[in-house]
Design a protein around this ligand. Sequence first.
Ligand code: AIR
Length: 204
Amino acid sequence: MTSVEDVVADLRGQAESDRDPAETPDVGVVMGSDSDLDRMAGASEAFDALGFGEQTDYDDPPAERYSYETWVVSAHRTPDLMYAYAETAAARGLDVLVAGAGGKSADLPNMTASVAYPLPTVGVPVQEKSVDSVVGMPTGAPLTAVDAGKSYNAALSAAQMLAVSDPDLRERLAALRDERRAGVADVSRAIHDHGVDGYRDSRR
Ligand code: AIR
């Protein structure tokens, strides 16, 4: 069985390993519980759509130019792990974090943002009732946040930050927007041409 201390020691060891930035994950995705996974899955969907790879082994990067990693880190059950993850994020080569938590005490995004600062963190309130605790940051402690459950948008925001210095990634982001735009046209044509009842039937 893995202990929290083992994970913390791994993170700290990786932070000291002086790895080539091309081989480290670019985005770190953390969530408070694996029960958040369904609502955080949008982040990996967006990263996959943008051609990012998921890095599951710090010593063995995927072939893709950009990569993300995923961890469960609980602000309340494992505050030491939350602190270690955020504190080592920059030294482990991450450029931006996506942090999601649910419940009324959704402190992982805001605490991660504070500890990892100046690394940017995009916060995801996993539930509607988590919104205030995620976005309510004091002056000088910034957190970019999306609406409840919008983990897909959180990943796009993270990619936008990476794209500031990468025209190729900007093009991929634009292509994704164009696909969604074309999707509206397809739906519009179908609902018009089949009529509402026919359209509903065609989707059953
Ligand atoms: N949570 C976990 N540790 C601290 C907090 N705030 C959040 C998780 C999840 C919710 O509590 O992000 O949304 C319930 O977690 P669980 O593990 O009981 O299902």
